[in-house]
Design a protein around this ligand. Sequence first.
Ligand SMILES: Cc1cc2nc3c(=O)[nH]c(=O)nc-3n(C[C@H](O)[C@H](O)[C@H](O)COP(=O)(O)OP(=O)(O)OC[C@H]3O[C@@H](n4cnc5c(N)ncnc54)[C@H](O)[C@@H]3O)c2cc1C
Length: 107
Amino acid sequence: MIIGDAAGLAYPESGEGIRPAVESAILAAQVIASAEGDYSQTTLLAYQHRLEDRLGKRGAKEIMDFLPSWLKQSLAGALLTTHWFVRNYVVERWFLHSDQPPLVVEK
Ligand SMILES: Cc1cc2nc3c(=O)[nH]c(=O)nc-3n(C[C@H](O)[C@H](O)[C@H](O)COP(=O)(O)OP(=O)(O)OC[C@H]3O[C@@H](n4cnc5c(N)ncnc54)[C@H](O)[C@@H]3O)c2cc1C
């Protein structure tokens, strides 16, 4: 079971990886604890599913990936001078991830 940077979990927009590292470690520990000694691939696959539910699929294509780089550059230039975009996307979503609720830790 691979966690954190080793699993390539840092947020692609910001490069921040502390939260994904901590959360992936918690999810891995939960799956191990609930496996009750059955460490088969089938059982441990639950980790991958929980990870994708929580952080999304890494490497999944987004709409921006299909745009030519000249268009992305000019869009970025315009958007990054917009207070609304910087506040709501760059700060709140890409860095603070305030749209994502805290991970519930099972006891
Ligand atoms: C300059 C810089 C600034 C950053 N700033 C931020 C930030 O502000 N916010 C944020 O969220 N993220 C930031 N990050 C990213 C963040 O540091 C990583 O995403 C996070 O530390 C990943 O945690 P990890 O536990 O997966 O890996 P690591 O923190 O890299 O831990 C891996 C550990 O394994 C040890 N290790 C490696 N090989 C072996 C081995 N063979 N045997 C035993 N031990 C081994 C390493 O020494 C290390 O201690 C920054 C990264 C850098 C480089």
